[in-house]
Design a binder for this molecule. Structure first.
Ligand code: FES
Length: 169
């Protein structure tokens, strides 16, 4: 591989994001080439967000939400699973292996499972290779950073921008 692979993980705030946080606090070792993009619920994921991530050069996408009966918005994770399946079909249609995209369900207490998921995806990438759509690592990183900034704005209701316009900073 002529660059490090890049994995993007869309994590629900309540479970998967908390599990990732726990993995960090527990100092569990998992590959550093994963970027976490926090969503209020995986039900917010759209097929085009996933496809955009691939278009922008990420090598694999993880969608991680609450346990099947534990979504804080009732059925968000079930909706997300259907969208992930649709995106997997599209990946096959355009010639990118659908194994580059996986959905997982975990609880906030499963820090070790989060680390395992990332490491498993990295092992899978060793077999699949880098995405042909990824240019150099810097470009992929800055694309992912931009996506993370946009997602954070949505998550925070763009509070900072409102504040600036009201001159309250
Ligand atoms: Fe976690 Fe819906 S709140 S998947």
């Amino acid at each position: 591989m002529d660059r490090e692979p890049m994995i993007l993980a869309f994590c629900c705030h309540y479970c998967a994001y908390a599990a990732a946080d726990l993995a960090g606090s527990m100092r569990l070792s998992y590959s550093a080439n994963v970027r976490i993009l926090r969503l209020p619920c995986t039900g917010k994921i759209e097929v085009n967000y996933i496809m955009k991530a691939f278009e922008r050069g990420v090598d694999a996408v993880i969608v991680a939400g609450c346990l099947e009966d534990g979504c804080h918005f009732l059925e968000g994770n079930l909706r997300a699973r259907r969208r992930v399946e649709r995106a997997q079909q599209l990946l096959e249609e355009i010639g990118l292996n659908s194994d580059r995209l996986k959905m997982f369900n975990l609880s906030s207490a499963e820090g070790p499972r989060f680390a395992e998921i990332v490491n498993e995806m990295n092992e899978r990438l060793l077999k699949l290779g880098l995405s042909p759509l990824g240019k150099n690592r810097k470009t992929v990183e800055s694309n992912v950073d931009e996506m993370a900034r946009q997602a954070e704005k949505i998550l925070t209701g763009d509070k900072n921008d409102r504040c600036r316009s009201e001159k309250c900073m």
